[in-house]
Design a protein around this ligand. Structure first.
Ligand code: NAD
Length: 257
């Protein structure tokens, strides 16, 4: 981020009264959770144990029911976020909400780090690993259950012995109802910050099209193809690690206060 970009970023933050944040896996990489499509992302890790399956299949509804042992093994190995802490991006978004500038976080992430950082209005459009439930009776199980139950395929103690699954949206599944609120918040925003997403997972990626406010701020290692035509002259793209931008915002709002 150069000085000119930093100045423009802080100017946009100052001018905005209804910021909405739309984020993806890149928001949590600094906390140590790999994203999917970067060089070190989950899709580029070649693991002999899972090489017969595509990453999309391993995280699909079909896999959960056709090959539950494989699904849970992959989930335990790759999506264990226990003990992981929020980073500067999560903390700054919480502070922006606290001072009344940010109205909602819309996240594709399933790691629960925005809530852990203290953000209140969070729409997890792909669900969360922090809740597990029985697919038959709906009984809820704590976040750690799948990791600690000691069964290859965790099953409920109800009369149907239903699978206990994480409350995440798998490939082939529909998005939850709260996505309506997420879209509504994007529609009403004056500034949309889009960060750490390749905008390749649908329908989530289409949500940014509901924005009709003044500024888009895009923070990403690279510019997603999807946004090539979306960015206008009032918008700002800062290429690189988003932490730098969030450090600047946090410092700025602390000084203004
Ligand atoms: P993606 O992996 O497709 O894209 C991540 C993007 O973030 C890339 O463009 C990458 O260059 C960028 N990026 C990574 N670290 C960054 C950083 N520090 N600063 C700036 N940019 C950075 O992720 P996606 O678009 O979110 O789609 C993948 C799907 O995977 C989502 O649906 C999400 O639910 C899921 N996912 C979630 C987690 C999580 O909960 N933490 C982790 C992996 C995947």
């Amino acid at each position: 981020m150069n000085e000119k970009q930093k100045e423009r970023l802080l100017q946009i933050i100052d001018e905005s009264e209804n910021i909405v944040f739309f984020g993806g896996a890149g928001v949590s990489t600094e906390s140590g959770i790999p994203d999917f499509r970067s060089k070190n992302g989950l899709y580029n890790q070649h693991d002999v144990q899972f090489e017969d399956y595509s990453p999309e299949y391993l995280l699909s509804h079909s896999c959960l029911y056709e090959k539950p042992e494989v699904f849970y093994e992959f989930y335990r190995q790759k999506l264990d976020t226990r003990g992981i802490e929020p980073n500067i991006a999560h903390t700054t978004l919480m502070k922006l909400e606290e001072i009344g500038k940010l109205k909602a976080v819309v996240t594709q992430n399933i790691d629960g780090l925005h809530q852990l950082a203290g953000s209140k209005e969070v729409y997890e459009i792909h669900g969360t690993t922090q809740v597990n439930y029985c697919v038959k009776c709906g009984k809820r199980y704590p976040a750690d259950y799948i990791f600690e139950c000691g069964e290859a395929v965790p099953r409920c103690d109800c009369k149907w012995h239903g699978l206990i699954r994480p409350d995440v949206v798998l490939y082939e599944e529909q998005l939850p109802d709260i996505t309506i609120n997420a879209m509504d918040s994007i529609c009403k925003a004056d500034t949309l910050i889009i960060a750490g997403t390749s905008l390749t997972v649908y329908p989530a990626a289409n949500y940014v099209n509901y924005f009709s406010g003044k500024h888009i701020v895009l923070l990403n290692m690279e510019r997603p193809d999807k946004l090539k035509n979306l960015l206008g002259k009032n918008d700002l793209f800062i290429q690189g690690n988003m932490s730098e931008a969030f450090v600047a915002i946090l410092r700025h709002i602390s000084e203004v206060k």
